[in-house]
Design a protein. Structure first.
Ligand SMILES: NC(=O)c1ccc[n+]([C@@H]2O[C@H](COP(=O)([O-])OP(=O)(O)OC[C@H]3O[C@@H](n4cnc5c(N)ncnc54)[C@H](OP(=O)(O)O)[C@@H]3O)[C@@H](O)[C@H]2O)c1
Length: 306
């Protein structure tokens, strides 16, 4: 398994996401933990809101009966979203601390390795976030901190008060969701791809040594579905299949290799829990596509460069 760095810490390039484990049994989650560990995937991504807390609860129940397993895993969770009829984001100290305490209880652990702020609170007060992070770190409840879906400006705002380094920015990125690349490629053109939707976040993260964790690596849109095997992405699937044969792996493996070929040293957060798919994903992490293959895939996904 390819390894990357988050600051000075060596971590696997593939993370297992837990947004879709809510319907699994404790036994099934235990099997998944064992299988992923064999493949070198020991980094797990949660959020307080996944399955309304149920995903963390099932994972915690699985962990409780696996003596010594907690120490082998890196566990990350997120906070800051309050779902409801009118969804709110909340970065108040009270909400952040309460959310982490809930996650720790459900996960049956005394600490999170990483805590991410899930989506930027429109009413963000960086002083409140700083107080929450200080308290959580002092209590040993969270070791390291990061964000998700944050712009460079929002990270800079946090940095005016937060002492701990912002080590991670979790962002959506896949062959069929390439906004991080598209706008900079079309700079100063009248093509609509040039509309700045990403605020230069990819280059900002690289310059500031913030690790990008790419979520939904096999999806297009927000929750539309997968592009793998999807007839709307016919040309892309043809190229994926051809390269999967060449490298003796799966289409998931090549889609993973495409993300990890980018020199930003990113991580991929996968959501499939199908243990027939995960070995291919692990293989893909170790495949280095050629420059020509990388660009061919980008083009086959419907992108035409100026
Ligand atoms: N920070 C954020 O705002 C944010 C947002 C969304 C997600 N996340 C994190 O990212 C993780 C991954 O997100 P995701 O679940 O959207 O990622 P994903 O791995 O891109 O999508 C998983 C889905 O794609 C399907 N799939 C994968 N390969 C397939 C194939 N070859 N053929 C058909 N279907 C295929 C899976 O079905 P099978 O189960 O049948 O394989 C599953 O339904 C989440 O668990 C969560 O931890 C973070």
């Amino acid at each position: 398994m390819k390894q990357v760095k988050i600051k000075d810490k060596i971590v696997p390039a593939v993370i297992q996401g837990c947004m879709r484990i809510g319907e699994m049994s404790v036994r099934e989650v235990q099997e998944l933990i064992d299988k992923q560990l064999e493949l070198g995937i020991h980094f797990w991504d949660h959020a307080d809101i996944y399955g309304g807390g149920n995903c963390e609860r099932i994972f915690g129940d699985a962990l409780k009966d696996m003596p010594g397993m907690r120490e082998k895993l890196i566990i990350q969770s997120k906070c800051g979203i309050r779902p409801g009829e009118y969804t709110e984001y909340d970065f108040s100290k009270e909400h952040i601390v309460k959310s982490v305490e809930g996650s720790l209880k459900r996960l049956h652990t005394d600490h999170l390795d990483y805590l991410l702020l899930h989506r930027p609170d429109l009413l963000m007060e960086p002083e409140e976030v700083a107080e929450a992070f200080d308290w959580l770190q002092k209590q040993g409840k969270v070791l390291y901190f990061g964000v998700s879906n944050h712009t460079p400006g929002q990270i800079e705002l946090l940095k005016t008060c937060v002492k701990q380094p912002i080590e991670i920015n979790q962002l959506q990125f896949s062959l069929a969701h390439t906004l991080l690349l598209d706008a900079p490629a079309y700079l100063n053109t009248t093509d609509s791809h040039g509309i700045n939707r990403d605020a230069g976040v990819l280059d900002y993260c690289r310059c500031n040594k913030i690790t990008i964790q790419c979520y939904s690596p096999f999806q297009y849109g927000v929750f539309e579905g997968t592009f793998l095997g999807n007839p709307h992405y016919g040309q892309l699937n043809e190229v994926l299949k051809r390269l999967a044969e060449k490298y003796d792996t799966t289409v998931n493996g090549i889609a993973t290799a495409w993300i990890l070929r980018h020199p930003a040293d990113m991580q991929v957060v996968v959501g499939t829990t199908n243990i027939k798919r995960t070995p291919g994903i692990a293989e893909g992490a170790d495949i280095r596509l050629t420059r020509e293959e990388w660009y061919e895939l980008y083009g086959a996904a419907g992108n035409k460069l100026p």
